[in-house]
Design a protein around this ligand. Structure first.
Ligand SMILES: Cc1ncc(C[n+]2csc(CCOP(=O)(O)OP(=O)(O)O)c2C)c(N)n1
Ligand code: SF4
Ligand SMILES: [Mg+2]
Length: 356
């Protein structure tokens, strides 16, 4: 989060203030529209100031995002948004920076760069739109495509194991990892939590590419039976899902023998579901081991873990650099003008007509 724009500070805006006059070039029905609306709805809640906000992206359908937000924006080069975003934060740490990337942009060509912005803990929000495909370049498979995905570049089906963006982020040292999906009503809450976090806040947003990878997230994103397939995490609350009306209430507990999570049935009780007796764990967003387990849960046998999975702030990159610079220049003259004028100097004479 940008320290200069705490909630209730400066600017009162509405969703309209964040809309641009640019023609939106996404396909009709693309999940990107819903994410755009969620972000435009959230920025006023954050009291964000368009004059202090920068959206930075790489290349891809998702990376067209900065055109559609009325703020400063950089549509940069493929996979290199982290380098630009880091530079922006170092040049002016007070700017509120949001980085937008795709599964291809962020995890293929930009995987290396994404790793470093996360491990450095640059203070910004990173939205990775995961549609498990290269949308912009007409549907080649991506690092997150499931095994067997048939595309123009994998005509017989992909054979390589997909990358898990949240596991990647945790492995790279991210201190905030969350998940949401395009049409989820909870997405703005996740964005608010990411913005409140000091440091690199990574959000994987499942996004429906209706043209090249339609409905791949339907199994958990569909409103029908959502409560049985989505586990929305809240720090300090038991990890429960399901409902009495459907498959019953269930929860996650730790199996000490296999040191892994297990789904358990929670029998109904007069005082509500008796989750404690069933050994259901309480979500602790500061527990890194638990975060690893939650992001690795195979969907199907487990629900999809959504919301804030891990949130444990640490010192930011910019703070470290600023402190180091201040220390290095302590008691010294740090004026660049005086430095240039110091010592041996030359006078360059001559004119354009009379070159030296
Ligand atoms: C150096 C370079 N290599 C390849 C490309 C072609 N290219 C453009 S976007 C893209 C993949 C985008 O996929 P993703 O990040 O998942 O974005 P989506 O379109 O799915 O939102 C590729 C390979 C490029 N623009 N530049
Ligand atoms: S190709 Fe897919 S991701 Fe790109 S705009 Fe169309 S639907 Fe959206
Ligand atoms: Mg993609």
């Amino acid at each position: 989060m940008n320290e200069m724009t705490p909630p209730n500070a400066a600017t009162a805006t509405t969703l309209k203030d964040w809309e641009t006059d640019q023609e939106v070039r996404w396909c009709p029905g693309c999940g990107d529209y819903a994410i755009l609306k969620a972000v435009q709805r959230t920025l006023p809640q954050l009291r964000a100031d368009p004059a202090n906000t920068v959206f930075v992206s790489g290349i891809g359908c998702s990376s067209r995002f900065p055109y559609y937000i009325e703020s400063y924006g950089f549509h940069t080069i493929h996979g290199r948004a982290p380098a630009f975003a880091t530079g922006i934060k170092l040049a002016n740490p007070e700017l509120d920076v949001w980085m937008v990337t795709g599964d291809g942009d962020g995890l293929s060509i930009g995987g290396n760069h994404l790793m470093h912005i996360l491990r450095r803990n640059v203070n910004l929000q990173i939205l990775l739109f995961n549609n498990e495909i290269y949308g912009l370049t007409k549907g080649q498979y991506s690092p997150t495509s499931r095994v067997g995905t048939t595309t123009p570049s994998t005509p017989l089906g992909s054979v390589d194991a997909p990358a898990n963006p949240c596991a990647f982020a945790l492995g790279a040292g991210a201190r905030f990892v969350a998940r949401g999906f395009d049409v989820s009503k909870n997405l703005p809450d996740v964005l608010v939590a990411a913005h409140a976090h000091q440091g690199a806040a990574f959000i994987e947003i499942f996004q429906n590419c209706v043209v090249y990878n339609k409905d791949v997230f339907e199994a958990f994103a569909s409103p029908k039976g959502a409560e049985d397939r989505q586990l929305w995490l809240t720090h300090g609350e038991p990890m429960l899902f399901g409902s009495e009306k459907s498959c019953g209430i269930k929860g996650l507990r730790l199996d000490p023998e296999s040191f892994s999570l297990k789904v358990v049935e929670v029998p109904p009780s007069d005082s509500g579901a008796d989750w404690q007796a069933a050994g259901v764990l309480v979500h602790n967003a500061r527990n890194r081991t638990l975060a690893h387990m939650l992001v690795e849960m195979p969907f199907g046998a487990f629900p999809m873990a959504l919301g804030v999975i891990y949130d444990h702030p640490a010192a930011t990159f910019e703070a470290g650099i600023i402190a180091e610079r201040a220390k290095a220049s302590e008691g010294k003259d740090s004026s660049l003008a005086r430095l240039l004028a110091k010592g041996q100097t030359w006078t360059v004479s001559g004119t354009a007509a009379d070159p030296i």
